[in-house]
Design a protein. Structure first.
Length: 243
C-alpha cells in the first residue's frame, strides 16, 4: 500500500518541463538545445504517423538500433512503437553490439528494423548473409551510410537519421527523409543543410548550419505528406557536390 501511496503523491508533484538536453554536432562545433516533454510528445505523434505509413501495426515486432545519447529521437520512436502496440527489442547502433542485432533478428523475426547502421552491417557481414537477412525484413529504416550498402544488396531500405536535433524519416516512396515542418525549419545553403526551431518549437534554436552535405526538396510528396524532405549525399553518393 505504501507504494500506491507514494505513486499517488508523486503524481501531484510538479514535473520539470525539460526532458533532454540535446547535444548535436553542427558545422561550427557542438551545440546544445533543450527538449521539453511537450515537444517530445508531439515528436512521438509525428513518428507514430510516419511508422504507420510504413504499415507498422499492432501485433508486429520491431528491432530498434539506437544509442543512449540518441535518446532524443529514440524515445520518440519507442513511444510510437508503444502507441502502435508493436513489440520491440533494442540493440546498440554501434558496431560492437552487432551480435545483439543478430540474436534479436533471429529470435524476434521483426517486421521492421529501425536505425540500422553501417557499423552494425559491417559487424554482421563476417558471420551472416546480410542480403538474405534484411531482404526478408518487410521494413528497413537505415542510417545514411548504411543505405547505399543495403540498396546495393537489393534491400529497399528507407532513411532514418538525426539532422542536428531534428529527425528525418523517409516514407515508403523513398524520395528523401521527411522533417516535421511544424517543429523545424530545414533548408540548404551552398549544398549543406541548416536547421532552426520551427513555429511550434518552444525551445529556441537559431538557424544553425549542420555541415551535412545534402539537398532539401519542398512540395507535396507522392505519399501525400507536405513535410519537406532531405536528400543526403552520404545516403546517395550521386548527390555529393564533389562527385
Ligand atoms: Zn513522402
Amino acid at each position: 500500500m505504501a507504494r500506491a501511496d507514494t505513486l499517488a503523491r508523486a503524481k501531484t508533484l510538479d514535473r520539470p518541463e525539460l526532458a533532454y538536453l540535446v547535444r548535436f554536432r553542427a558545422a561550427d562545433g557542438t551545440t546544445d538545445m533543450e527538449l521539453t516533454w511537450a515537444e517530445l510528445a508531439r515528436d512521438t505523434v509525428w513518428v507514430t504517423e510516419g511508422l504507420r505509413g510504413h504499415g507498422l501495426a499492432a501485433g508486429q515486432r520491431a528491432l530498434l538500433n539506437n544509442s543512449g545519447f540518441e535518446g532524443f529521437w529514440g524515445h520518440a520512436v519507442i513511444g510510437a512503437l508503444r502507441e502502435l502496440k508493436v513489440t520491440y527489442g533494442i540493440a546498440e547502433a554501434m558496431g560492437w553490439d552487432h551480435r545483439r542485432t543478430a540474436v534479436f533478428h533471429r529470435e524476434l523475426n521483426p517486421h521492421a528494423v529501425i536505425g540500422l547502421s553501417a557499423e552494425t552491417l559491417e559487424g554482421l557481414a563476417g558471420a551472416a548473409d546480410i542480403a538474405e537477412m534484411f531482404r526478408s525484413t518487410s521494413v528497413v529504416l537505415a542510417r545514411p551510410a548504411a543505405l547505399p550498402v543495403l540498396r546495393g544488396l537489393g534491400v529497399p531500405a528507407a532513411l532514418i537519421t538525426a539532422v542536428g536535433p531534428a529527425l528525418a524519416l523517409e516514407c515508403p516512396e523513398r524520395r528523401g527523409g521527411h522533417v516535421n515542418a511544424a517543429e523545424w525549419r530545414i533548408g540548404e545553403r551552398d549544398g549543406e543543410l541548416f536547421v532552426a526551431a520551427g513555429e511550434q518549437r518552444t525551445s529556441s534554436l537559431p538557424e544553425t548550419p549542420l555541415g551535412i552535405a545534402g539537398r532539401v526538396v519542398t512540395g507535396r510528396c507522392a505519399c501525400g505528406g507536405e513535410d519537406p524532405r532531405v536528400l543526403l549525399a552520404e545516403a546517395d553518393p550521386s548527390l555529393s557536390p564533389r562527385s
